[in-house]
Write a protein that binds this ligand. Sequence first.
Ligand SMILES: *Cc1c(COP(=O)(O)O)cnc(C)c1O
Length: 478
Amino acid sequence: MSLIFEKSVDGRRGVTFSALDVPKYTLPPDAEYLRQSPAVLPEVSELDLVRHYDGLSSKAYGVDSGFYPLGSCTMKYNPKLCEDTAALDGFCQIHPLQGGLSAQGCLEAAYLLTEYLGRITGMDCGTLQPAAGAHGEFTSLLMIKAYFKSIGQNRTKIIVPDSAHGTNPASAAMAGFEVVNIPSDCDGFVDIDALDAAMDGGVAAFMLTNPNTLGLFEKNISKIAGIVHGRGGILYYDGANLNAVMGISRPGDLGFDIMHINLHKTFATPHGGGGPGAGPVLCKEFLGGFLPRPTVVKDKNGRYSLKDGVRGGKSIGKTRAFFGNFLVCIKALTYITALGAEGITDAARKAVLNANYMRALTSEFLPVGSGACMHEFVASCEELKRDSGVSALDVAKALIDCKMHPPTIYFPLIVHEAMMFEPTETESKQTIDAAVAALKQIIETAKTNPESIKSAPVSTPVGRPDEVKAARKPVLRF
Ligand SMILES: *Cc1c(COP(=O)(O)O)cnc(C)c1O
């Protein structure tokens, strides 16, 4: 497919401007703000433009196109209702510097979402500022740092399990902490002895993902909380994926002190292609004073306003311009209010049911670990690769030819040739059955004709791009 610039024809236009209704003014040729060379813009007709972008969009694959079981990413369907509310004038035609009195509805929406997220997680207060999960982790870690500073303790280390998402150690390092990695036990859970040994007086926090990246509900949380709190540390919950637990178990009740949530995973706001997302941080009261400012407060007359210093006023300052990705928050609020408490719980149960259904079918031809899973499961192509030379990457590429998005591969790192499937609650039995049938067919073909799998995909405009080169040496022509 050619670039829009390659379709450009001198003088061709896609817009007609209406007649000038103000006096014409010609800038003096030496005006400093006058561009000296003409702007490089494609010159195309309206139809050229429509065909170009419509053509591109039909080559892209999204949740609206088909099955998208990208583990750890929760690519669930994003109801169009959420887009409708986020597009309401009252939400999208406001100015971020507009006074609070004329933006009561927006402040109420932010207040309500923070409140609902607090109820879902069992936390006391929060901020909507962070723009993504990693940003929420970073914000939380700065708060944890400020907290220990305020009580005069010098704690410089953060413990992270080896199954953690890569953003956990990265955020801890960015916030100026030393990262201490601890191994998982043979079932993929936190190794309690390793935690016990690492948890000394220099550790500020332990970061735990639950369900963990193997899709398993951590079974020793009370014990873990006892060890971490017993040594004066903070227990952090990576709540990027609440899909299996929302409405069922609450991190705040389990002993966690602070956490982030990915609205762009669990709460049905679109993601992919880099955002925008939202990674709100929720915490217990004792950490509330360190939250980024401002926060929305409600007075006794029911009026909302933005307050800089609340709950003791030791805020870490701002971590994002204005109030975060506000319209993403509106989509999440719509999703939560549309589902209600019962709907949220029902979605979590169905997410777990779908993942276990798909896991059981897959276990007939690929190893999937032991025990029931939560919202996702991890299969391994290690044996397949040893016997046929076909790797998890090859299988993933072949799935593209079956008109589905591949699962996450090579994550978590603790499973060799990993394929991590997360069907989500929005998929039907028929879709899951068809996906498993396609997967099974690929595994069978791999054993008899491995070369055909290694040359997949054949149905896409580009077969197998050099991913390393594309990332390291991008060719950006325009
Ligand atoms: C996705 C994810 C993150 C990071 O979230 P981003 O919005 O991509 O920064 C962190 N932890 C876990 C467990 C995740 O799945």
